[in-house]
Design a protein around this ligand. Structure first.
Ligand code: OSB
Ligand code: MG
Length: 386
């Protein structure tokens, strides 16, 4: 993965190179309050991979957003542990790290595995923020004090269950409702939600469930004034999406297809999408996310922060990132309790009645870690020292 040569990355440097002394990979399982179903499958509990880096009495934490199975992308919790343990950690511990660009360059000799490398970049930037005594959001260049949020609602066994969830989350203040769709759970569902809620910001996410042969079917979504249709076509495609976007009035937003700065640049040049879903894990870390943000902002392309059912640690990073000026649409950054009965951070992420989440102003990502609950849920820990 080529390292972008961008000023936004260069500013994430430590006063002196950070002598990272220890690294930890931790696996834990958090039960979900209800199963989450997308076109690629159903998730009943979240297997979370956390990474921690230690230096000079401080610790930085990151989350690897890979899922348990290679369904959203090819990475899994197991492939991430393997490449982190065998390749990324040795590169990181080899010598003190001068900054984010230095770290990204060390990882650049390896191909793929964006979520694994992102986990370490997240931990490193959190560590740098703590060593500088600054909030992560400020270190990243964020300017907002609160971020706007929406909710992503999974496929339900029947329509009434979905309608109830739409109503409940609107009442809680969520600014945008996103419906997961797939063939057989699309037009009728969208029509009914739109009929009941004519004025809301409504979008759909297909998680790559259609092909260009479905273009006539997908064009019928134009009748419902959707904010966007997210990732209608194949995971690695930007060419067919351009053909589809030409025929659709509804803006296409790409998620799975946007695997790094280069792909975002190509997608915008081809007009494969008009909106960008940012997931720092999917794009390979802050070293890609920040230049992607800057590119989209310069071109006037709206960006919003996607989600991967993260634990509080991944969510805290998303909140910091979404505080950057280019994030102009509500993110998939829902309250902790929308996913988990208990989160591993304190306080838990809370959504205010106006559909916003506060950006913490403490050092690093700004939440405490509930170590007692973290330990209770931990299934495996691997530690490495320099
Ligand atoms: O496509 O945005 C997606 C969850 C897991 C994997 C992929 C996606 C999602 C979501 C939920 O839509 C986002 C969230 O609330 O964390
Ligand atoms: Mg998506």
């Amino acid at each position: 993965m080529a390292v972008p040569d961008a000023s936004s990355i260069a500013v994430i440097a430590a006063p002196v190179p950070v002598p990272v002394r220890g690294a930890e990979i931790r696996l834990l399982r958090l039960p979900l309050v209800e199963p989450f179903e997308t076109s690629f499958g159903r998730t009943d509990s979240r297997l979370v991979v956390l990474v921690r880096l230690d230096a000079e009495g401080a610790s930085g934490w990151g989350e690897v957003v890979a899922m348990e199975t290679p369904s959203y992308s090819y990475e899994t919790a197991t492939t991430a542990r393997h490449v982190i343990r065998d390749y990324f950690v040795p590169a990181l511990l080899k010598e003190p790290v001068a900054g984010l660009a230095d770290l990204a360059r060390r990882f650049a000799v390896f191909r793929g595995h964006p979520m694994a490398r992102a986990g370490l970049e997240l931990a490193f930037v959190d560590l740098v923020a703590r060593l500088r005594g600054e909030p992560l959001a400020r270190v990243l260049g964020g300017t907002r004090q609160r971020v706007a949020v929406g909710v992503s609602l999974g496929i339900q066994p029947a329509l009434p269950a979905l309608l109830e969830r739409v109503e409940r989350h609107l009442a809680l203040g969520y600014q945008r409702i996103k419906l997961k769709i797939k063939p057989g759970w699309d037009l009728d569902v969208v029509a009914e939600v739109r009929r009941r809620h004519p004025g809301i910001l409504l979008s759909v996410d297909a998680n790559a469930a259609y092909t260009l042969a479905d273009r006539e079917h997908l064009k019928r979504l134009d009748a419902y004034r959707l904010l966007m249709i997210e990732q209608p076509l194949e995971v690695d495609d930007v060419v067919d999406h351009a053909a589809l976007q030409e025929e659709l009035e509804t803006p296409i937003c790409l998620d799975e297809s946007l695997t790094g700065l280069q792909r975002v640049r190509q997608a915008l040049a081809l007009e494969s999408c008009r909106i960008v879903n940012m997931k720092v894990g999917r794009v390979g870390g802050y070293s890609q996310a920040l230049p992607i943000h800057d590119l989209c902002r310069a071109q006037g392309v709206p960006v919003w922060c996607g989600g991967m059912l993260e634990s509080g640690i991944g969510r805290a990073h998303n909140i910091a990132l979404a505080s950057l000026a280019g994030f102009t649409l509500p993110g998939d950054i829902s309250a902790s309790r929308r996913y988990f009965a208990r989160d591993i951070i304190a306080p838990e992420v809370d959504v205010a009645g106006d559909g916003t989440v506060a950006v913490p102003d403490g050092p690093g990502f700004g939440y405490e870690i509930d170590m007692a609950y973290l330990e209770e849920r931990t299934e495996a820990v691997e530690r490495f020292a320099r």
